[in-house]
Every structure is written in C-alpha cells, then in structure tokens.
Design a binder for this molecule. Structure first.
Ligand SMILES: [Zn+2]
Length: 89
C-alpha cells in the first residue's frame, strides 16, 4: 500500500497527536521522506499545534488553522479530477 498526499493530509493531525496506528504512521513517515509538500504542511501544522498546546492561542493569527485546512481541502479536490475508482498508480 502506498500513500498519496491526500491520504497523508487526512491523517496529519492524528499523526501529530500520535493517534494513528503504527502501520499507518510508518506509511506516513515513508511518504514524508520523499514529499516536500507534505513535509512543509507537517511543519506548519506542527507549529500551530505547539502554539495552541501551550495555551497561547492568542499569539496565532486568527483563522490561520482554518485557512490551512481550507487550502488543503481545495488542493485535495483539485488534485483528483477523476473518480477514485480504478485510479492508476
Ligand atoms: Zn505528499
């Protein structure tokens, strides 16, 4: 099984929270090793979580996380013009 970017994005917050199962976690790590886009997304998502986790959410730009997720959603929709059934590798 090979993860695509979309799949990684769907699970990225669980990945950071450490709530993905070990197998999926490994798949994500493998993907991150060769995908700059997902690595960058992971970095920025992690920064947000560190700030919010510290109780200093007021330091965050308002709507930053929301915008990021909207952006990801747009990318997901745009990156898959064809139906997922019978998708080539
Ligand atoms: Zn990727």
């Amino acid at each position: 099984m090979k993860l695509d970017c979309k799949h990684v994005w769907e699970h990225i917050s669980e990945y950071i929270d450490n709530t993905v199962d070990a197998k999926l976690r490994r798949e994500i790590e493998l993907h991150l090793e060769h995908c700059e886009i997902c690595s960058a997304i992971l970095d920025s998502t992690r920064n947000i979580l560190i700030l919010t986790g510290d109780g200093r959410t007021f330091e965050l730009p308002v709507g930053y996380s929301k915008r990021l997720h909207e952006r990801l959603k747009e990318e997901m929709e745009r990156s898959e013009p064809e139906p997922p059934v019978g998708k080539p590798k």
